[in-house]
Design a protein around this ligand. Structure first.
Ligand code: G
Ligand code: G
Ligand code: MN
Ligand code: NA
Length: 253
């Protein structure tokens, strides 16, 4: 299929873009970092969503290559923008669960950090659940390598069908990202109880917690009131190109 060919070419040419969605520290009302989100604007196909990219890459057995491409692209953007991305405002890179269960991706990341002379505290890894992640030896060893290198690990989409409570005791995690479906349900009492319970679980495991998909001031206020430390969502900003960040910061502050 044409789109498969185009994706392989885009990956080989490192023509996949990376946008950045700010993460807000709710207690101090300041930017606490960014999530790197891949974007593909192809000449032939216009905008192709990450879901479609991941599905296509999977069909081609090319998901690891896609993740590597995003890692390399993100590292070079971080390197070129030290005022925007640093230990105070790190970038969280999404790595699909499939790639995270293989050896090469962590080497690419750690060697890239060293080659670029990047402070490892300016990088985090978000393990995303495109597929069920079983915690085998490779996953544990990857997580331990990241920890040893000073790179924090976030468990993405927490609370959805894919991610499981059993990860919490088995992996060296730093941050839980609450899936946005829970934030949507915060209009109902049961949804609010669920959010409180998740924040409490995070604290029991000494993890920081980030709510995703915050779109309204009410949601922000509720999350702050239950001790959720960080928030992301369209209320603050969608993912934007690095060159748009200074202007966004000026309007946010
Ligand atoms: O940014 P957007 O909502 O369109 O992304 C949809 C999904 O695709 C996200 O929930 C995320 O899990 C995944 N995704 C986005 N960017 C990346 C990326 O750079 N790498 C991987 N592996 N997944 C990503
Ligand atoms: O699965 P992951 O957590 O990586 O998902 C991130 C995706 O969620 C991004 O692609 C982004 O476009 C999307 N997203 C981020 N904030 C919001 C929001 O407030 N509302 C909605 N509907 N989507 C969001
Ligand atoms: Mn994510
Ligand atoms: Na998520």
């Amino acid at each position: 299929k044409g789109i498969q060919k185009a994706l392989i070419k885009a990956i080989k040419d490192v023509a996949i873009d990376v946008y950045f969605q700010p993460k807000i520290d709710l207690e101090h009302n300041r930017v606490a970092g960014y999530e790197a989100l891949m974007r593909w604007f192809s000449l032939e196909y216009d905008y192709i969503s990450p879901w479609e990219m991941i599905e296509t890459a999977q069909e081609l057995n090319f998901l690891l290559e896609l993740d590597k491409c995003v890692v390399n692209k993100t590292l070079s953007i971080i390197k070129a923008n030290p005022d925007t991305f640093n230990a105070d405002t790190p970038v969280a890179i999404n790595i699909s669960a499939k790639s995270f269960s293989m050896k090469p991706i962590i080497g690419v990341l750690i060697e890239g950090i060293e080659a670029h002379g990047i402070d490892p505290r300016s990088i985090e890894v978000e393990v995303t659940e495109d597929a069920l992640l079983t915690i085998g030896d490779q996953v544990k060893s990857n997580a331990n390598r990241l920890r040893a290198a000073g790179v924090k690990i976030c468990l993405d989409d927490f609370g959805t069908g894919y991610s499981s409570l059993s990860y919490l005791g088995k992996l060296p995690l730093d941050n839980l990202k609450i899936d946005r479906s829970f934030v949507i349900e915060s209009e109902q009492k049961s949804g609010r109880l669920m959010l409180e319970a998740i924040v409490s679980i995070a604290k029991s495991f000494h993890l920081t917690v980030t709510a995703e998909g915050v779109e309204t001031p009410d949601q922000q206020a509720f999350l702050a009131s239950i001790g959720c430390e960080y928030a992301q969502g369209f209320y603050y900003s969608k993912g934007i190109p690095v060159q748009d960040i200074p202007q966004w910061l000026a309007s946010y502050q």
